[in-house]
Design a protein. Sequence first.
Length: 161
Amino acid sequence: MSEVAERAEAAIGSLYQFFPNKQSLACALNTRCGEDIEKLWAPVLSESSSLDLEQGLTRLIEITVRYIDTHPVVLALQQTPKSTWNKSVKLRLELQIATFLIRKNPKLTNGDATLHASICMRIIKTCSEHFSEVEKRKRKRIVAEYKTLLGCYTESRLKAN
């Protein structure tokens, strides 16, 4: 907590006034970052009529890596215990993707769309982790590879139904 207070240039007492421990701070940060991503994704996923499947999902990757590039705390938060993660935000993000997938293929069942959305989320998460681990000159290529992976996965799954 003292390191957090120091980096925030705040008195540790002020930090404890709002967050009694590191876990409550991690919960708050996880919620905030998840809600930020949710807001950034919403316009893309609601434009389902003007975007094809690949365009929409690859834009999610672009938005996510841009957010992580400017908010490196996100990657540290991914290493926090799952008890600090906001499950409702994660479920809302998955629902946004599932709804987008159903709009692209109305034959998808809710169960299949939810499963595919969950896997899309994992691919995006892995991309963001990989993105942050490589040197900057290699990042564009890494993102391109994950866009291809996500596009191939979703295209094959939506055609299968």
